[in-house]
Write a protein of this length. Structure first.
Length: 198
């Protein structure tokens, strides 16, 4: 016998071993006891396998179903991740969306797929809620040098202006000065005073 014949004479796979035993019994005409002993089956087991084979109940080599299996599913998931990344979605957004669709995938797995394509992480953006909010120029308060003539402004405390004479008479300015309210080079301690309660 040639090298490699042990694949047929001493098969390791159970299905192939049953096949070789039945082939020896049916095709080569070996006695059930002899063929069975060679492949590790008793005489009774050989007869039972032969009965099942004749009745069509034995299946040694099941054919696989047509069409792709796991690899195709993996490829499909990869394509889905990259398609979503192409729409500028973050790793977290892709992971959450696919998980919600019934295809659970971790953030790390999404990142492995994205990074394998040479894509980097997206920069933080305020609309995603990632990273610090964009910096805006602070509004600087300043007093009105001259009250604009003819202008009107809505204010819940506008009536306080009629109290100015009484405030001067009561010495409110001295009270504010003694209160230690903060002031700046632009705004005096009067502007730091909390509003009066009615």
């Amino acid at each position: 016998m040639r090298t490699g014949s042990e694949y047929f004479t001493s098969p390791g796979d159970p299905a192939q071993r049953r096949y070789e035993a039945m082939r020896a019994y049916f095709v080569n005409g070996e006695p059930a006891e002899e063929a069975g002993a060679r492949f590790g089956y008793s005489k009774a087991t050989m007869y039972q396998m032969a009965t099942d084979l004749r009745a069509g109940r034995a299946e040694f080599f099941a054919s696989s179903k047509p069409g792709p299996k796991g690899p195709r599913k993996t490829a499909s998931l990869r394509e889905r991740v990259l398609a979503m990344r192409a729409t500028d979605k973050s790793v977290k957004e892709i992971s959450d969306a696919l998980t919600a669709e019934g295809t659970p995938i971790s953030h790390q797995s999404v990142w492995v797929i994205v990074s394998s394509e040479g894509l980097s992480r997206l920069p933080p953006r305020a609309r995603r809620g990632h990273g610090p909010p964009p910096r805006t120029e602070a509004v600087r308060a300043s007093p009105l040098e001259v009250w604009p003539a003819g202008a009107s402004m809505d204010c819940a405390h506008a009536g306080l202006f009629v109290l100015f004479p009484a405030m001067v008479e009561l010495g409110v300015d001295r009270v504010i000065a003694a209160g230690g309210y903060p002031s700046t080079s632009v705004l005096s301690s009067w502007h730091s005073r909390p509003p009066c309660s009615p």
